[in-house]
Design a protein around this ligand. Structure first.
Ligand code: S3P
Length: 444
């Protein structure tokens, strides 16, 4: 993406949001479906893939590593993979754009193959920590041939011809880190074990099982999981159905809660319990969110969510809930601003290393628009007054979620609110502006 040309956008208060919509496919599942399909001999298919820029970068990387990926006119993706350990030497650098997930999962996958690949990305991705992933991958036999300061991108990784299985306890709660080790462990003989102190989203484990790998996940301690993967499986081709992304649904959901008179239905939103922290928190705040038709779709729980405008009150959000809503704090902070009373969100250290320093970017977004907000250590405290002045321009820092959260705030604030750049929304939520306008939002 050309980050030198900015595309500002303004949100204004208007009538209620109404209607029925389906947000695009889940980003986490989309990346994983492409990577596992690429590691499987035979044809796998993916329906409902998120065709956002982040995921398309992963698709291009899998092609560069030797897999065949085609999109049918019907939107179905067909993948012919190369098998575990079967990646080909890529001809050029693998470009992951803005995507930490694509990059870190691919680092894990490449680590278990006897190829050398250079990983590059945009300015945001190039500033994000990669050492956390490289440390366990080096223990598994991969070698970092070259990297920018602190192990950042651009970096060149030489995968292991004979990867070593490890027992790994991630120092931070990160599904990307867990997944990178499991993907590298696919090519290692014997058992690769990941012991999480705080359970994170479990899409990699579910999907590995779906592709025929032997993987067992059991509770560990109060909030954790112990995951054991048998290496060197013959993965079997599989068909993946990608449910609607709860992290994208969060934006129209909160908009409907905040804009008076709103009443809308969001179809087939994934309700995997490792992703529903925001819905639990909003309900504690008094939100009227009803799961209309709960069902199972392609191995994941989904539901249609009916959301009606609600008077919200401030709450305490415990630190242990963070992994299940890690991407939702900017939009929760918007909801908290329009609630009555203080909301304290605890344990947000990981927000500092997202697409932007999201803790600072969220606080700055609120402050500029007249909301009283403090950062205390790793906590964010928002003083809700039931209304927001608005009127300021928000700096989005190449961060799609700051951009969408700010626009939702503008739909409920007294004065119009402008964001400096809407371009990065396309990394995770192509069609966001059109979908919101279709529900009645004033975005121009
Ligand atoms: C993701 C994990 C989270 C999340 C990201 C997607 C994944 O990152 O923020 O948007 O698909 O595994 P961390 O694992 O770094 O917390």
């Amino acid at each position: 993406m050309d980050s030198t040309v900015l595309t500002p956008l303004t949100a204004r208060r208007g009538g209620p949001l109404q209607g029925r919509s389906r947000v695009p496919g889940d980003k986490s599942i989309s990346h994983r479906a492409l990577i596992l399909g690429a590691l499987t001999v035979g044809e796998s298919t993916v329906a409902g893939l998120l065709e956002g820029e982040d995921v398309l970068h992963t698709a291009a990387a899998m092609r560069a590593l030797g897999a065949k990926l085609d999109r049918g006119a019907d939107g179905l993706w067909r993948i012919h993979g190369v098998g575990v350990g079967g990646f080909a030497q890529p001809a050029g650098p693998l470009d992951f754009g803005n995507s930490g997930t694509g990059c870190r999962l691919a680092l894990g996958a490449v680590a278990g193959n006897a190829v050398t690949a250079t990983f590059i990305g945009d300015a945001s991705l190039s500033s994000r920590p990669m050492r956390r992933v490289l440390d366990p991958l080096e223990r598994m036999g991969a070698r970092v041939l070259d990297a920018a300061e602190g192990g950042r991108l651009p970096l060149t990784l030489k995968g292991a011809a004979e990867p070593i299985p490890i027992v790994y306890e991630p120092p931070v709660a990160s599904a990307q880190l867990k997944s990178a080790v499991l993907l590298a462990g696919l090519a290692a003989p014997g058992e690769t074990t990941v012991i999480e102190a705080e359970a994170t989203r479990d899409h990699t484990e579910r999907m590995l099982k779906h592709f025929g790998a032997k993987i067992v996940s059991k509770p560990h301690g109060e909030h954790g999981r112990r995951i054991v993967l048998q290496g060197q499986p013959e993965l079997e081709p599989a068909d993946v159905v990608v449910p609607a992304d709860p992290s994208s649904a969060a934006f129209p959901m909160v908009a409907a809660l905040l804009v008076p008179g709103s009443d809308l239905i969001l179809d087939a939103v994934m309700t995997n319990p490792s992703r529903t922290g925001l819905i639990s928190t909003l309900r504690e705040m008094g939100a009227n969110i009803e799961a209309v038709a709960k069902r199972d779709d392609g191995g994941e729980e989904v539901a249609d969510l009916r959301v009606r405008a609600s008077a919200l009150k401030g709450v305490e959000v415990p630190a242990e809930r963070a992994p299940s809503m890690i991407d939702e704090y900017p939009i929760l902070a918007v909801a908290a601003s329009l609630a009555q009373g203080a909301t304290r969100m605890r344990g947000l250290k990981e927000l500092r290393v997202k697409e932007s320093d999201r803790l600072e970017a969220t606080a700055a977004m609120l402050r500029a628009n007249g909301v009283a907000v403090e950062i205390e250590g790793d906590d964010l405290i928002v003083q809700g007054k039931g209304s927001v002045a608005g009127g300021a321009e928000v700096k989005t820092h190449m961060d799609h979620r700051i951009a969408m959260a700010a626009l939702v705030m503008g739909l409920a604030s007294e004065q119009p609110l402008r964001i400096d750049d809407s371009a990065f929304i396309a990394t995770s939520f192509p069609g966001f502006v059109e979908l919101m306008r279709g529900l009645g939002a004033d975005l121009s």
